[in-house]
Design a protein around this ligand. Structure first.
Ligand code: ZN
Length: 171
């Protein structure tokens, strides 16, 4: 254990572990509750963090990432957080990826990707947000998966889980 560790020395794995812990703390670890955690970090410091509140707020746009951006805007007193990194336990959907562009996020780092979880978590079969970013007009946003994938994927229904149709709510 390093004695001189500061927040700015936190690794992607450590930030993702925070996101996983937040998701479990707020939503529990049952996939039925869709525990998704997101953090926004800038210059090695946590700006804001949230979980998804779609069911609680009756708001289809209240994904963990969007909730985090809203909290970040309030915390910073401005709508953009240029050069920030978004951590999410689940690969962000198209809406959240686009919102990241508006916020000024430079890096999106996620845990479980679309191949690690049930297809219900994603809005379509063919569009991958990696392609979405590539095809968008912003070219300085990077998308990186594979951070604590197993720990994150455990929070959700797996690709082969038999999820009843009426339980297949999106994030
Ligand atoms: Zn989303």
């Amino acid at each position: 254990m390093r004695q001189d560790r500061t927040d700015s020395a936190m690794t992607d794995d450590e930030w993702m572990a925070e996101a996983v812990a937040l998701a479990i703390r707020e939503k529990g670890s049952d996939p039925a509750n869709t525990p998704i955690g997101a953090l926004l970090v800038k210059d090695g410091k946590l700006v804001a963090a949230s979980v998804n509140h779609t069911a609680e707020h009756c708001d289809a746009t209240a994904h963990a990432e969007i909730e985090t951006f809203r909290a970040a805007g309030k915390a910073m007193g401005e709508m953009r957080v240029e050069g920030s990194t978004l951590y999410s336990t689940l690969q962000p959907c198209g809406m959240c990826t686009m919102a990241s562009i508006w916020v000024g996020v430079s890096r999106i780092v996620y845990g479980a990707g679309r191949d690690d979880v049930h297809k219900m978590y994603f809005e379509d079969r063919n569009l991958d947000t990696i392609d979405f970013v590539r095809d968008a007009y912003k070219d300085d946003l990077t998308l990186e998966g594979g951070v604590l994938t197993a720990e994150c994927a455990k929070l959700y229904y797996g690709p082969d889980d038999d999820v009843p149709e009426d339980k297949q709510a999106n994030q």
